[in-house]
Structure formats: C-alpha cells, structure tokens
Design a protein around this ligand. Sequence first.
Ligand code: UDP
Length: 323
Amino acid sequence: MRTLVTGGAGYVGSVCVERLLAEGHTVTVVDDLSEGHRAAVAPGVDFCEGNFGDLALLDAVMAKARPEAVLHFAGSTLVGESMENPLKYFQNNTANGIALLKAAASAGVGKFIFSSTCAVYGEPATVPIAETAPRQPVNPYGASKLMMEQAMEWQTQATGMECVALRYFNAAGASENFGEHHRHETHLIPCLLQTALGQRETFSLFGTDHPTPDGTCIRDYIHVSDLAAAHAQALRSGISGPFNLGRGRGDSVREVIAACCEVTGQKISIAEKPAREGDPPELVATVAKAAEQLNWHAEITNLHEIVETAWRWHQDYPDGYYA
Ligand code: UDP
C-alpha cells in the first residue's frame, strides 16, 4: 500500500516505518525534525522535511505520494509541557491534525491512522480502562488528542473514511536499529538508563504519595515493536474507531526502577521529588477489543524484556542519533 507517514523520524514513527517497509508498503515520511532525527528514517523511504501543518507542502506531498493511507504520528507528547504551554498542544495536535485530515480527505485517502493516547481518559474511575470509558482528559495533551479523535469520528460518520485512533499507553523499548532519543528527555525508562550509563547523576522520582500500593504511578508499558505491529494490523483491517494498545498490566515507577537496576546491573541513584502536575496515578489498558477486532496483542509481555531492548539500544547508541 502507498502510505504517508508524519513523524516518521520520531520514536514510534521510526519503528513503524521499519515495519511498513518490511511488509512491502511504500512509505513517504513528512517530518520537520523538530523532535525527530534524520538518522532515524530507514533507508528506502521518500523523505520530505517539513511540517505537516504546512498546507502547501501537504498538497504537494499528497500529489506526489498519492497515499492510500496516512499514518499520523507527528505531534507534541509531553504532559508536563502541555500544562505550561497548552496552546502549543492545541495548535500542533488539534489544529494541524485536522488540517492533515482535511488534506487527506481532499486527496481521496481512504484510511487515516492516528497516534492517540491513554491520556484521553484522564483519571479513570475504574482500571483497567476499556475504550468505552468516559474521555475526561486532565491535561492539555490529552484534551488536544481527544479533539482530534472527535473530528475523525465525525468524519467517518459523514463520509465513511476509515479512521483509527490507536491509544498508546506507555511506549517503551527499542528495535535493533531504532530507539528512543528525545532532545530533552523526560520519559521514565530512558531517564533511568541514562543514569545507569553515567549520563545523569541522579534519577528524579516524581511522586511517592499517589493512591497506589507503593505510592508511585502505575503505567502500562508497551513495546514499540508491538505498537508498530498494531499499525500494520490497522492498515490491513477495514475498521474505524478507537483501540487501546497496551500489555494489559501495570507496573509502578518503583517496579520499573527495580527492573532497570536488574537489567543494567547498576545501582541507580534516586532522588524523591514531588509529583508532576497532571500525572494520573494509574493507567492500564484493557486489551480485549484490539485482540478481537485487530487480531493484535502484545508479543513482549515481560517488563524486563522491554527494558533489555531499550538498554541494548542505549548501549549501542549512547549518544542516540547524534552519534
Ligand atoms: N517519571 C519519574 N521520573 C522521570 C520521568 C518519569 O518519576 O524522570 C514518572 C512520571 O511521573 C510518571 C511515570 O514515570 O509517573 C511515567 O512517565 P513518562 O514521562 O515516561 O510517561 P507518561 O505516563 O507521563 O506519558
């Protein structure tokens, strides 16, 4: 299939592009490299450097690539930053996302696959969370993604365009060649592994008095290669709607710290800090819908295995894509 991928130079996008190529799809990547890295784009891709919110560029890329499907990974993804700069999130994730959806619809694209997030649920009343749970985001990041989901739902209803919202829980791990490298790293596992590598003196543990058994936040960590497989399945399927992508089990921050210490063989220095604003205590997916309708489930079910792949990548590429 001819695909157009936004954010294909980013963390999840790069691993997904690798998978699409392996499955024989044709891939055009649009990425402005503000977060992504040129070296993260696999060979064999038609790469276009630019912002997906640039309408003239989009028209030109649509005309050249003639995509049958758009996979939309690009966006702003940090809860903390969204609390400080909400309009960046509504501009990049909502306004520009809708412009992309409109350009895709105008170009006759039949399928649109969107990287959504468990942050659309906010602080759910019950965990694990089903796709039918109320969507009540507690931060601008989740709210900006929810508005995009709603635009897609109405577009499907009005036109029959297939729109799939893949609600990632916590992406983690690496493929052999592509891993997690943010210019300003704030994510749990890379921060821990950078501390193990001696690149940070101390790891800051945000929040130890959450209403969870050990007081730290619980998240559902899902391997990035499993996320890529879910996109490939969504591309094959003829369905629309939201799907949770997780392992269906939660690990606390303290459990992730323990796994990182074991995998790296290092004693990681920890500084306990106040909770980060906007962090819900517990987010774990129910995964039945994806299993039934996408024929997808996480292949890597063990947290240690996820951390091992990330550790291998961090050791192979200690400077990430700057190497
Ligand atoms: N976290 C932490 N220290 C860090 C980074 C993250 O304690 O340096 C915690 C964070 O507060 C949250 C969990 O780890 O409870 C997962 O955070 P991450 O940023 O990886 O993903 P999020 O769930 O915010 O999307």
